[in-house]
Design a protein around this ligand. Structure first.
Ligand code: NDP
Length: 328
């Protein structure tokens, strides 16, 4: 098996020297185990945190050890009941071309009639993040005005579409005209290109003349500050991520932070794993929206295991529209 290992820990933005592609010996599989050939792997912003040697909600990657992450593969050997050769499974042994282990660590893909890699995006971890973050954490309901940052990304584009399907007004922000046009085509009522000149507070006030009721934060920094500035009284903030600061430890000055008090904001952080026991609700609702043609899933694909670091690094320069994936 070829596997990407963490060679060194980055300071600031990671680069190729932090990764090393290694050959690891395959052991025979034992009773209750399977071997899987990986077809797709996911790269996700949270993996940046795992490259640090710091305690967080996901354990650090170990130096010199294969990295982990979401992947989709095909069972090629099985000594386990319930998983047969040819089954497509989802698991956490990404960053390598094959994986083996106890069958309990591999989940058969539900039959929802979509391409398998969609289970790494809209019907997978990012999709669940969007669905629970918007509807449970953010308490968003029909008629609300929702602001979502990184709206052309995996989570953000799903938030945009769920919110539209459920009768909300949506304002998205993204970097660049092409991404903004795509977010608009997904149904967003207004889209802000945060990379053009001008203050984000001004752009958001113009896009949301009646204020915002929900902010779905993927970016932090000046996006969070702008949301604080225009939030209506009692607005909900679903604090999902702050990619703006993942490679930069310089604290951001939030000029409007006092509005948390004045506007009685309800700000709640969450981690998608908090909701894994409610996956059934997610599949039922998202399955329905998909069948009704209300969801479009887009991917940016890098070809081959060798390209995995490129794909990962591309997340931080906004190279992806929709879900960033590696086809192995
Ligand atoms: P995306 O598909 O959204 O990819 C990242 C995007 O972030 C880029 O395409 C880029 O879009 C934008 N971006 C990158 N750097 C910056 C920057 N400095 N300032 C502003 N925007 C930037 O990733 P995901 O959908 O997988 O993740 C989105 C967010 O959700 C992340 O913050 C992630 O950590 C978080 N997350 C949280 C989870 C949880 O459980 N709480 C679970 C999953 C994700 P653009 O070109 O528009 O700038």
């Amino acid at each position: 098996t070829r596997a990407w290992t963490l060679k060194s820990r980055p300071t600031g933005l990671p680069d190729h020297d932090n990764f090393e592609l290694c050959e690891i010996a395959d052991a025979p599989i034992g009773a209750g185990e399977v071997r899987v050939r990986n077809l797709w792997m996911s790269v996700d912003p949270y993996m940046r945190g795992r490259m640090n040697d710091a305690k967080s909600y996901a354990a650090p990657f170990e130096l010199g050890e294969p990295m982990h992450g979401g992947a989709i593969g095909e069972v090629i050997e099985s000594q386990a009941d319930g998983l047969a050769v040819g089954d497509l499974v989802q698991h956490m042994f990404g960053w390598r071309d094959s994986a083996q282990g106890p069958a309990a660590q591999f989940t058969k893909l539900p039959a929802l009639g979509v391409a398998p890699q969609v289970f790494l995006g809209m019907l997978g971890m990012p999709g669940m993040t969007a669905w629970f973050g918007l509807l449970d954490v953010g308490q968003a309901k029909a008629g609300d005005t929702v602001f979502v940052s990184a709206a052309a990304g995996a989570v953000g584009s799903t938030v945009t579409q769920i919110a539209k399907a459920k009768g909300m007004t949506v304002i998205g922000s993204a970097g660049g005209a092409d991404k903004c046009a795509w977010v608009k085509s997904l149904g967003a009522d207004a889209v802000i290109d945060y990379k053009t000149e001008g203050s984000l507070v001004k752009k958001l006030s113009e896009a949301a003349p009646k204020g915002i009721d929900v902010y779905f934060d993927n970016v932090g920094g000046d996006h969070l500050d702008a949301a604080l500035a225009v939030a209506n009284d009692g607005a909900h903030f679903a604090m999902c991520g702050m990619i703006h600061g993942y490679n930069d430890a310089t604290p951001v000055q939030l000029r409007y932070i006092m509005r948390i008090v004045a506007a009685r904001l309800r700000i709640r952080g969450f981690i998608v794993t908090d909701f894994f026991d409610r996956m059934g609700e997610f599949y039922q609702d998202m399955g329905g929206l998909l069948a009704a043609g209300k969801l479009e899933s887009r991917e940016t694909v890098h070809e081959g295991l060798e390209a995995a670091p490129d794909a990962f690094l591309g997340l931080f320069s906004g190279e992806n529209t929709g879900k960033m994936l590696v086809r192995i």
